[in-house]
Ligand binder design. Structure first.
Ligand code: 13P
Length: 252
């Protein structure tokens, strides 16, 4: 049975103290909670990853990085490598977020390299993809998503997919308060699962978790998560408040 996952992408939010408090609140609140077949992941900023990895040991939380560089090592000022992440206890990395694509020029070609490097270091990848508003308006959303997945992931072999989590994040729904309807999310998730099924043996498409991201809140989480092909959420703004994040975990 594929895993349910609720992941919080904290983006460039929370200083050291805020990070400490939020993690402590989440840890404490999750103590008595039975997380059946569900993983809870948080992705604070790079500078807090090492400390976070230590803090969450023996808790129900897991930690992820929000990005990493594609090269093994070298003269890339300001960058962080897969090996560095592994060495501080991080086993999961978010790649391909639309903000990375939009503000940092990340292309499918670059993301292929990042995915390969991550897998080489046995990092699990939460791979984000999704169409822009103009793609949806012009009816191109399926084609855009298909290209994003094909270009960056379809060279992988079936075993590699055990370390891939997909996250459909329509760009028009991120941080806008506008969510895809549960039906729109289900439609895209089913399309993606079918794409994977066409490319790989059946197990891969059935086992891969596909998360939805884009203005998920306690008020809409349950309805979105109730859809057959929605296996959880990648949460931005609402992951910064322990109560909201816990309510979303509860919704799953
Ligand atoms: P919001 O939940 O703030 O819309 O952000 C979603 C997101 O980008 C998660 O990666």
């Amino acid at each position: 049975m594929r895993k349910k996952i609720v992941a919080g992408n904290w983006k460039m939010n929370n200083d050291k103290n805020e990070t400490k408090i939020l993690i402590a609140d989440l840890k404490e609140s999750l103590k008595g909670v039975e997380l059946e077949n569900t993983r809870v992941i948080i992705a604070p900023a790079f500078v807090f990853l090492q400390r976070t990895a230590k803090k969450i040991k023996n808790s129900k939380l897991e930690v992820a990085a929000q990005n990493m560089h594609q090269e093994e090592s070298g003269a890339y000022t300001g960058e962080v490598s897969a090996k560095m992440l592994k060495s501080v206890g991080v086993n999961t990395v978010i790649l391909g977020h639309s903000e990375r694509r939009e503000y940092f020029g990340e292309t499918d070609t670059l993301l292929t390299k990042k995915v390969n490097r991550a897998l080489q270091h046995k990092l699990e990848v939460i791979f984000c993809f999704g169409e822009k508003l103009e793609d949806r308006k012009s009816g191109n959303h399926f084609e855009v998503v298909k290209a994003q997945l094909k270009n960056a992931l379809f060279h992988l072999n079936s075993e590699d997919w055990q370390h891939i989590i997909l996250a459909y994040e329509p760009v028009w729904a991120i941080g806008t308060g506008e969510t895809a309807s549960p039906e729109q999310a289900q439609e895209m998730h089913a399309f993606v699962r079918e794409l994977v099924a066409e490319r790989y043996i059946s197990d891969v498409s059935e086992e891969v978790s596909i998360l939805y991201g884009g203005s998920v809140k306690p008020a809409n989480a349950k309805e979105i998560f109730s859809k057959e092909d929605v296996d959880g959420g990648l949460i931005g703004g609402a992951a910064l408040h322990a109560d909201d994040f816990l309510a979303i975990i509860n919704a799953i």
